[in-house]
Design a protein around this ligand. Sequence first.
Ligand code: IPE
Ligand code: IPE
Ligand code: MG
Length: 246
Amino acid sequence: MSQLPVPQHIAIIMDGNGRWAARRGLSRSEGHQAGAEPLRALLTAARKAGVKYLTLYAFSTENWGRPEEEVRGLFELLSKYLKSELDELLATGVRLMAIGELEDLPPLAAEALRSALEASADNRGLTLTLALSYGSRAELTRAARLLAAEAAAGRLDPRKIDEQALEDRLWTAGQPAPDLLIRTGGDMRLSNFLLWQCAYAEFYFTPTLWPDFGPEDFEAALASYRRRERRFGLAESPGLPTAAAD
Ligand code: IPE
Ligand code: IPE
Ligand code: MG
């Protein structure tokens, strides 16, 4: 059987920071700090492999329910990360994007994000999308609200609402759907991440806790993906074009 080309878009649920910390007698916030460590090597490996889009689940709409101190620590970490890594991101041609209820971010994190988004807007390398205060249900509800408002205002014929119309109103509008979804930490669920977009994604679950996720784990996920047969509901695989970078 022929192997699949490199996934164009990989989405990752970076889970297990809390358990990583608990096993070491550390605080959950220290676990999140350790969770920033794998990112540099991951970005390098993804770029080298020829991945074009990498979407990282960093904070869910449900994560607001965590202790205030943990939430504050997470957004401080985000601000720090964006500042310390910006030069490297720019030097490697990364275009940063963000999806989620960004208006709910604490001011300092929102400002760090805004300047990183602006600085990298013209880059044409890997698109790195951070899902921040992101929830699929919120995203789909918002899209429905936008469609309803346009229809009520007479700008949109309800009979013309098709899948594309809904997709165009998601935060991910314009991006291809993930080919591969990776979740670390051992749980096998989506936790409200990219429900619409992952309709035909291949899933890869690993017990590795996120702070321990290294290039060899990334390579294992890619190797597993290569062996899959994607049929998209057809009787046979439609035969995807081979990626040039494979
Ligand atoms: C994932 O790690 C990071 C975020 C959700 C922000 P967790 O904090 O969920 O770690 P576990 O699942 O408790 O180990
Ligand atoms: C998913 O992990 C969210 C992120 C990784 C940001 P959670 O730890 O919040 O998911 P559940 O609660 O185990 O489903
Ligand atoms: Mg978790």
